[in-house]
Ligand binder design. Sequence first.
Ligand code: HEM
Length: 465
Amino acid sequence: VSFRLAPGPKGRPFIGNLYDVFPDTNNNYLRLFAEYGPVMNLSILGNESLNTNDPEVAEIWAKESDYYTKKVVQPLSEVKPIGGNGLFTSDTDDMDWKLAHKLLMPAFSPRAVKAYQKEMGEITAQAIKVFDEYAPDEKFEILNWTTNITFETIGRVGFGYDFHLLDQGKNVKPHPFIEAMSYTLKQVITRNLQAQFMKRLPLEQNRRFDQSLALMHGIIEQVIAERKAAGPRGAGQERDLLDYMLTAQSEEGDKLSDELIRDQVNTFLIAGHDTSANTLSFVLYELSRHPEIKAKVLQEIANAGINHTDYPTSEQISQLKYLHMVIKETLRLYSPLRLLTKYCKKDNVLPGGFVVKAGTTVQINSGAMHRNPKVYPNPHAFDPERFSPEEEQKRSSYAWLPFSTGPRACIGMALALQEIKTVLAMCLHKFDFIYHETEPIAIDPSSPTQKPLHLFMTVQKRTNF
Ligand code: HEM
């Protein structure tokens, strides 16, 4: 193989490949990879990056190594003002990341996550009461409810804090934190395409960005203050995330500073609910479009003895193997995070002979990799059988990265999967969720996480259970 530079579409002066990628990013990336191959150079408004849709290259970039690491560079750096030095938006080389990662890993261990099972059942039972209020022909945006459910979950299992979104009936307003957060996240897209100085001008959008952040910080400080006032959780109670953060100490005696705890709580409130809410909505959507798959899921729920009134045990949830495949297939097609941004520390050469210089931003385009026809034949079709143990064995384990992998993988994966399964198993036992259109659902172009745009559904009580 001869050494060479990665190809890419020719850019225009200053804006580079802006219009090759935006606004229809999902489709444009698929088109560009089909044209330029698995390693592609893109330059957008002066930010240059190498991009891949290939599991072999993804494996090299995703692993923390002497060559590649996670570093908060553009576009991820636009999330930094929101996440601060929390786990999501700190460099692997940063002492804050190392300390928090070490101190918080135990809070996400399988044992710790199992302790949240009962609370997840309680939360779902509350949500079921809300769904019960809807008339059988009453359409509503399902994402609002999956959002309320996952936000309550992280609030309660993470911080022992009830946001009261599930005990006020179907007309409850969105929580101010969620509204403020949505604004700041939408600004990530706008700001990513703006020159640096624009973000410091006294513009309405900057003022609202700062106000939204201040509102979020205010709510977080209240959550922390309430716990500090109440003292540590009582004997016999499992520690939650906040307990870990307030009491954890490394062998060297290092603790998390107050500011860092605030950033971590913020990070968990955001990362802990938005992604799971999107996933829940997309599963309900795909099940509605695939009655034969839904029937298999229902059979499995029945076989596990799960119903909508008793809280399922972790033992029962672990029996939902087919539902697990359905969720994996949903995350393949609709990964909430479609880009994993990494950074090259040391010159090296990729398979295919592509030269990568130290200082280059590299992006695993998981969104495009998950629809790469060389990896997933007939890539746009929804087919959970792709994730049967036999089929999975045929693929690289780096071909499916909705949670990333390695030390910088999602710390909340086990929690998210347990939550999604609990909500689906109990809700599907009682209700049929129906999407009435034949057109596929559109993706919200204004959100950096992948969300369905106006996914209206109805809920109907089952008669056959
Ligand atoms: C990191 C996806 C749920 C907390 C990540 C990353 C991905 C991801 C792809 C890596 C990002 C990167 O490389 O830049 C998801 C998906 C979820 C989910 C698809 C649900 C379906 C959760 C939940 C929590 C959480 C429930 C918390 C309770 C975090 C944190 C990080 C992270 C703190 C940063 C970890 C680190 O770098 O140390 N997530 N996530 N996520 N996620 Fe999740």
